[in-house]
Write a protein that binds this ligand. Structure first.
Ligand code: NAP
Length: 271
């Protein structure tokens, strides 16, 4: 976290993602006094002050005036208003980071000309410090700006830098990704109960299986297909299940679903 030392970090929007970042930064030792926060919702402000001792200011313009780095964590529809407020009061040489889906560097650069910009696609597990964030930058962003952005999002998980042309794909893969897992868990839970398992036992069995499988995938030199083969012995129970998933074309459905997510990201695009 050396890259963040001495910086004042502004957060506009202390909702799910904004507060996940504030929490991650506090855990990494960033003092509350270095976190300047504004949110349209007074409850979100009160929560950021109480839980994270963040400095709450009255307006987005106050954040712009005080912070060296500003994270925009509001919904895309709020961007035109927020960008206009920022344009009035930014510090010299600030770094502005957007985490909004579909909001391009071109769009933001048009509202904040000459400013160093980062576009980031995080995901919801950032709220438990286990997120995945893709980062990309405009030409104004220096090596220091890149290091600062990486450090900010490493506070809530893993980061990778990708060219902006991959942002629709990464939105479909990791931005929306947690929802695919929860969709699967929901169906898995209902199937377990249909087989007669009590709800609590089913829930415990699924959560542990999910956690253990994720850890195994992480630790093992084998890829997912090889690990699948290790569970499925010839003529066994797993093979019977996998045959149904193949016949029902579950992988093709997943490809179709993610293609729809990437297409939606493209059409949402504020370019
Ligand atoms: N949630 C995810 O899984 C996820 C993943 C990747 C990226 N993102 C992106 O992260 C951004 C934030 O999403 P979120 O899920 O954290 O949303 P959220 O929980 O709704 O938080 C947004 C916060 O900003 C406040 N706000 C609204 N207008 C504002 C304004 N003009 N100035 C200051 N604050 C304002 C909202 O207050 P009100 O409630 O009063 O409007 C709310 O407290 C979005 O752009 C989204 O695309 C989200």
């Amino acid at each position: 976290m050396k890259a963040l030392r001495g910086l004042t970090i502004g957060v506009i929007g202390a909702g799910k993602m904004g507060s996940a970042l504030i929490q991650g930064l506090r855990r990494q030792g960033v003092p509350g006094a270095r976190l300047v926060v504004a949110d349209a919702d007074p409850k979100a402000c009160a929560r950021a002050r109480r839980r994270f001792q963040a400095r709450i200011v009255k307006s987005n313009l106050d954040v712009a005036r005080r912070a060296d780095v500003i994270i925009l964590a509001v919904k895309p529809q709020q961007f035109p208003e927020v960008a206009a407020q920022l344009a009035q009061g930014l510090q010299q040489h600030p770094l502005v980071i957007s985490i909004a889906a579909g909001m391009t560097l071109r769009w933001l650069g048009g509202r904040l000309p000459g400013v160093a910009l980062a576009r980031v696609m995080p995901n919801l597990p950032a709220t438990v410090g286990c997120g995945f964030s893709a980062l990309t930058f405009n030409a104004r962003a220096s090596a220091r700006h890149r290091a600062i952005t990486a450090a900010l999002f490493q506070a809530v998980g893993a980061v990778v830098q990708v060219p902006e042309r991959h942002f629709d794909a990464v939105t479909a893969v990791s931005g929306s990704g947690p929802a695919y897992v929860f969709f699967l868990v929901d169906a898995w839970q209902r199937a377990a109960q249909a087989l007669g398992l009590p709800e609590a036992v089913a829930s415990q069995a699924i959560r542990h299986t999910l956690k253990g499988s994720a850890r195994l995938l992480d630790a093992s030199p084998d890829d997912a297909a090889a690990l699948m083969a290790k569970v499925a012995s010839k003529g066994g129970t797993t093979e019977a299940a996998l045959r149904v998933l193949t016949v029902r074309r579950v992988s093709a459905s997943l490809v179709e679903a993610m293609t729809a997510a990437a297409r939606r990201s493209r059409t949402l695009s504020w370019s």
